[in-house]
Design a protein around this ligand. Structure first.
Ligand code: PLP
Length: 380
């Protein structure tokens, strides 16, 4: 095992290293803005002001001016609130949901809950081998009782980018249908137009903010049934005392990531190219599963080896990658996303995800390549 300062962290789609600047900001703000933003005294009003400034900053960064921010503790919480909260509030208008078969479990399990306990019906859009849905199939799947479309912006395992703007454009003709987008792997990384999205979910730890930061961006006129009942914070939609300094950090992280989005994208592209060139030269060993213009995630299948063995061997050399999404990898089951691409269990069990951040260096990728060569050569 490598000493921790020698660790090469290439699992940034699972979570990222918290930025020192953001951690310092939290430490500073949490002393000054400790008061409860619901308190009516001066210190409470001061916290409330910071909360409102943070929300405005997020909406400006995302260019979502018809919307409001509901702070949560995670993307999972935002997604549950968006899907269950919207569907349970609006079930009188219909009970059909459209989603894809490569969504994160926070989405797919929330939908399964509605199917199991509230008699909802769901259409799962299939994807092609590049992880793309067909817009024609999407249009054809819309029914008179459809009330929700939930599609992710960027897939967490292969990095494929879904056509969010085009989907929102199609849905303009269906004012009864709300569009929820899980943008957890996209915010601060990929430039996407979210103006047509009604409900947008994400968490901050995927872009170097602190853990337990999340938000649901909701179009003002869309109404939700609260999932957490209590003191009625966050416009009555999400009760519980808000950690105002933490959410101010979320707003600051988004601003910084947005300001540097292009530069970071171009830099990480150079890292991705180095890895992809290696994978493509060794076509008898690796099959590339990431094809989109997204440098952050590179997924490949090992054609002749077990992914779990290679991930463990890489870990012993101090290189952290994942063999499926973080949520799936501990359960030692196949990746449902890779299965959705090829319908092949062996491929779905033997894929590796390398996910980059701007903290990574070219030497990290070169060491990964060298290590893969050694490990693959060494496994009989
Ligand atoms: N959606 C996507 C696409 C993700 O990648 C993740 C985390 O991996 C989540 C949702 C859930 O995020 P969190 O664990 O921060 O709640």
């Amino acid at each position: 095992m490598q000493p921790e300062d020698k660790i090469i962290y290439l699992d940034n789609a699972a979570t990222t290293y918290p930025s020192k600047e953001i951690a310092d900001t939290y430490f500073k703000l949490t002393n000054e803005y400790f008061a409860n933003s619901s308190s009516i005294h001066f210190l409470g009003a001061k916290s409330l002001h910071l909360l409102e400034v943070a929300k405005k900053q997020i909406l400006n960064c995302l260019k979502m001016f018809d919307h409001e921010v509901i702070f949560t503790c995670s993307a999972t919480e935002s997604i549950n609130l968006a899907i269950k909260g919207y569907c349970l509030k609006n079930s009188g208008r219909g009970k059909h949901i459209i989603t894809s078969n490569i969504e994160h479990p926070a989405v797919s399990e929330s939908i399964k809950f509605l199917v199991k306990y509230h008699d909802f019906e769901v259409t799962y859009l299939p994807v092609d081998e590049k992880g793309h849905i067909s817009l024609d199939e999407f249009k054809a799947s819309i029914k008179s009782d459809t009330i929700l479309v939930s599609l992710m912006a960027v897939n967490n395992e292969i990095g494929s980018i879904l056509p969010i703007k085009e989907i929102a454009e199609i849905l303009k003709e269906y004012p009864k249908i709300a569009f929820h987008c899980d943008a957890t792997q996209a915010i601060g990384k990929i430039d996407i137009d979210y103006q047509g999205v009604d409900l947008l979910s994400f968490s901050g730890h995927k872009f170097h903010c602190l853990k337990s930061t999340g938000a649901l961006i909701k179009r003002k006129k869309v109404s939700l049934l609260p999932i957490l009942d209590g003191g009625g914070q966050e416009n009555g939609v999400r009760s519980g005392t808000v950690d105002v300094p933490l959410m101010a950090c979320l707003a600051k992280s988004i601003r910084l990531e947005m300001e540097n989005l292009k530069t970071n994208f171009q830099y990480i592209e150079t890292l991705k190219k180095t890895l992809i060139n290696y994978l493509l030269i060794h076509k008898d060993t690796y099959l590339l599963n990431s094809h989109d213009d997204n440098p952050y995630i590179v997924n490949f299948t090992l054609l002749n080896k077990k992914a779990s063995v290679v991930v463990e061997a890489l870990s012993k050399k101090g290189i952290m990658v994942s063999s499926a999404s973080a949520c799936n990898s501990k359960k030692e089951k196949e990746s449902s996303v890779i299965y959705a691409l090829y319908h092949d269990l062996n491929m779905a069990k033997n894929s590796i995800r390398v996910s980059f951040s701007y903290f990574n260096k070219k030497e990290d990728v070169l060491f990964l390549i060298k290590s893969l060569d050694e490990i693959i050569g060494g496994i009989k």
